[in-house]
Design a protein around this ligand. Structure first.
Ligand code: IPE
Ligand code: IPE
Ligand code: MG
Length: 282
């Protein structure tokens, strides 16, 4: 049975309907999955147990994104800075990643998910690189959710890499410096083919970007929850999405301008019944 044909509980059906009716669901959700270690430590367990439990939250987030027809989910799974953690923890995380990809790829494929990756993936252990490549190739033709795993990723690293490639293309005469635009820059980043994230969720209450999607998040709505990643399950994801549907994205303009210019998504003047349901849920 595919995720989309699963029967939802009546509560979930209501919230899902309310979210869809707003017409304001994000196209691209980026997540900083933080707090695994604290989740485990709070329970007197080893940090790695938190990472294990966090995998279930990954499954839930992927499934719900797909069920709600969100087009892009970009998960920060391992930062460039995370290489500085104790070797045992890094090894464990790499093993977890490998087994996730091996175990889940068939189900992801059956649900039309396309797997992608951003980051300095050639730094990953060879076996991980292999399964990752296989998963990407296997799901390349899917056009449902694009699940991008940020692995060995850093926003600054990606920007420097893009600038290096632009410089090389300038040297080869393919690009002229005068013609460089924000769009050129975007196309050289590893997120080149994706729209910017509409919503960025960070768990565990930390108010920082930790080098995630620095260029792309210029106008992203940020949602920080105190919930630790292993406890971030469907209900928490619904909360984040409901909160997002209430945001007024002004992109530098004034509220008045938006109210007169838009009917629909940005018009917050009259809350609908569905919006009132969402409000109660938050
Ligand atoms: C997030 O949880 C997972 C990764 C960064 C790989 P942490 O491991 O950072 O957990 P805390 O923040 O120490 O609780
Ligand atoms: C951010 O979490 C990276 C990932 C979630 C993969 P960290 O736990 O590494 O971030 P800092 O060090 O607290 O900023
Ligand atoms: Mg952390």
């Amino acid at each position: 049975m595919t995720w989309k044909s699963e029967q939802l509980s009546s509560n979930e059906l209501i919230i899902r309907e309310a979210l869809l009716t707003t017409g304001r669901l994000p196209k691209h959700v980026a997540v900083i999955m933080d707090g695994n270690g604290r989740w485990a430590q709070e329970r007197g367990m080893l940090r790695v147990e938190g990472h294990k439990e966090g995998m279930e939250s990954v499954r839930e987030a992927v499934k719900l994104s797909s069920q709600l027809d969100i087009k892009y989910l970009t998960l920060y799974a391992f930062s460039l800075e995370n290489w500085k953690r104790p070797a045992r923890e890094v090894r464990f995380l790499m093993g977890l990643l490998e087994s996730y990809l091996k175990k889940e790829v068939a189900e992801l494929h059956a649900n039309n998910v396309r797997i992608a990756t951003i980051g300095k993936t050639n730094a990953l252990p060879k076996p991980v690189q292999k399964v990752l490549q296989k998963a990407i190739e296997h799901t390349a033709g899917n056009d449902g959710l694009t699940l991008t795993l940020a692995l060995s990723y850093g926003g600054r690293w990606d920007i420097v890499r893009a600038v290096q490639m632009i410089a090389l293309d300038v040297r080869r005469g393919k690009v002229s410096p005068e013609d460089l635009t924000e769009e050129t820059m975007r196309s050289y980043l590893s997120t080149g083919g994706m729209p910017d994230p509409d919503l960025m969720i960070r768990t565990s209450g930390e108010m920082r970007l930790s080098n995630y999607l620095l260029w792309e998040s210029a106008y992203t709505e940020i949602y920080v929850t105190n919930e630790l990643w292993p406890s971030f399950r469907r209900e928490e994801y619904y909360k984040a999405l409901s909160d997002y549907t209430l945001r007024e994205r002004r992109f530098g303009q004034t509220s008045d301008q938006l109210r007169t210019a838009t009917v629909g998504p940005n018009n917050t003047s009259k809350p609908t019944t569905m919006e009132r349901i969402l409000d109660a849920f938050r």
